[in-house]
Design a protein around this ligand. Structure first.
Ligand code: ATP
Length: 454
């Protein structure tokens, strides 16, 4: 066994840009996130996810789905196409209203969102560019929808849009879901899917991208019940966000002021996360969409999207509470929350203290040396564990360095097979956060890990 006793000292953690730089470096070095099209110089606001990133995203999406759909008897899911009929975006109000106020600097040509400049400047619009001091243009509206075309014959192609928000499919399918399943109001429809926006201000990092993934709940209620469900989903969603992080005090609910409401919302509350050195940022939005969506799609399509209560026969257009969040933004905040550094026995240890259910790998199996008498039984252990949870096998480098690597990618448990294991048929389990080690019989290992990771 190694690292029997550890002399650990806390260090002051980086904040703001420095924290971002360290995270970005870790994410690239270890295979969480890459710049998209990097070999061509990259494209701003587009990212790819590497082997660890994809595991973590799958975990996040599964956790969300379990919490929002699988464990509720009044919520079902759909998966809609990214492309839709172009009228959808007229009905939704996005063609007309989905825009940000934009200003340009006349000297350095940089672009800014006017509302971001106001926020950074204590509530008033600055007169000059924050980067170079040059003169700024008047704010102009800039539509965020990305256009594309459907069809093959030149001249007969239909202009449409990549969806600017994933949730529209839910309104388009709501009548079909109602008729094809046993749901009755109040009920919800969930979806996870990509959305696309020509954002004016990108970043920081993956927080605001041009292509990203959203998870949405649209919850359909009787208008008289709206207040109750609006409060209910604020509580549910913020509780879920807090349950995944180490510092729950970095989450708060912030009701929107009237002048920041989206065109479809009568009221809204943001769940916000406090990024160290950057302040409070939106994590998810809980929106009071009322009857806006079904009424507009009813009008534009000519279809009746109203609901008839099977008991009272009352006919009405349901109102909607929306809980809309981002997979990428959650991914980013969880990395920020998990990032930690400390000095252990005189050396810096970087550790991602990720929630066990979020961590890309749950277990790493490490033979103490590369000798076949150790690697072969260690591989056999890997083969037993791999169907149960994401498990990495690693035999390169000294054991101490392999532990550090697993710490840095947030693996909760390392299982070490050493020479003693050949004698006692036992292995060491080392825990990521405390670095404590315990010896367990190989025969009991799967059951112990299943329990610890539950
Ligand atoms: P922001 O102004 O903070 O970019 P928004 O108010 O435009 O966000 P919504 O339209 O309410 O965001 O979208 C719901 C959620 O989708 C957001 O809370 C966020 O988690 C995520 N999201 C929105 N835009 C982006 C983006 N460009 N990149 C990554 N995630 C996004």
């Amino acid at each position: 066994m190694v690292e029997q006793s550890n002399d650990t000292t806390a260090v002051t953690l980086p904040e703001g840009t420095e924290l971002l730089e360290r995270l970005m470096s870790l994410c690239k070095r270890r295979g969480f996130v890459y710049q998209n099209s990097e070999i061509y110089g990259g494209v701003a606001g587009l990212y790819d996810f590497g082997p660890l990133g994809v595991e973590m995203r799958r975990n996040l999406k599964n956790l969300w789905w379990t919490y929002m759909v699988q464990t509720r008897d009044n919520v079902v899911g759909i998966e809609g196409a990214i492309l839709t009929h172009p009228r959808v975006w007229e009905a939704s109000g996005h063609v007309e209203n989905f825009s940000d106020p934009l200003v340009d600097c006349k000297s350095c040509r940089r672009r800014f969102r006017a509302d971001h400049l106001v926020e950074a400047n204590g509530g008033v619009m600055p007169r000059v560019c924050p980067e170079c001091g040059g003169e700024l243009t008047e704010p102009r509206r800039f539509n965020l929808l990305m256009e594309t075309e459907l069809g093959v014959v030149e001249g007969e192609r239909m202009k449409t849009y990549l969806r600017g928000e994933a949730c529209q499919n839910i309104y388009l399918d709501w009548d079909n879901v109602m008729k094809s399943s046993r749901v009755r109001i109040p009920f919800g429809i969930c979806q996870i899917g990509k959305a696309f926006r020509n954002e004016v201000t990108l970043g920081p990092y993956i927080m605001r991208q041009r292509e990203f993934e959203q998870w949405d709940l649209q919850f359909f209620v009787h208008p008289n019940e709206m207040e109750r469900w609006f409060a209910y989903w604020q509580e549910e969603r913020s509780t879920w966000c807090r349950s995944l992080i180490n510092r729950a005090e970095r989450v708060r609910l912030r009701p929107h002021a009237q002048d920041e409401l989206a065109h479809y919302a009568k009221r809204a509350t943001d769940i916000e996360y406090e990024v160290p050195g950057m302040g409070w940022k939106e994590w998810e939005g809980i929106h009071w969409r009322g009857d806006w969506d079904l009424r507009r799609h009813g009008e534009f399509s000519g279809q009746d999207l109203s609901y008839t209560d099977p008991v009272t026969n009352e006919r009405y257009i349901p109102w909607i509470v929306e809980a809309s969040g981002g997979v990428d933004r959650t991914f980013f905040y969880l990395l920020v929350d998990a990032y930690d550094e400390e000095i252990v026995n005189g050396e810096k240890r970087t550790v991602l203290r990720l929630h066990k259910k979020v961590a890309p790998y749950k277990v790493a199996v490490l033979p103490l040396s590369k000798k076949p008498e150790l690697t072969e039984p260690a591989r056999a252990i890997w083969r037993t564990l791999a169907p149960l949870f994401t498990t990495e096998y690693d035999e390169t480098q000294a054991i101490g360095r392999r532990y550090r690597r697993q710490d840095e990618i947030g693996t909760p448990y390392c299982v070490t097979f050493d020479f003693q294991s050949l004698e006692d048929q036992a292995v060491t389990i080392r825990e990521r956060d405390s670095m404590t080690q315990r010896r367990v019989p190989i025969a009991d290992l799967p059951a112990i890990l299943v329990q610890d990771l539950a």
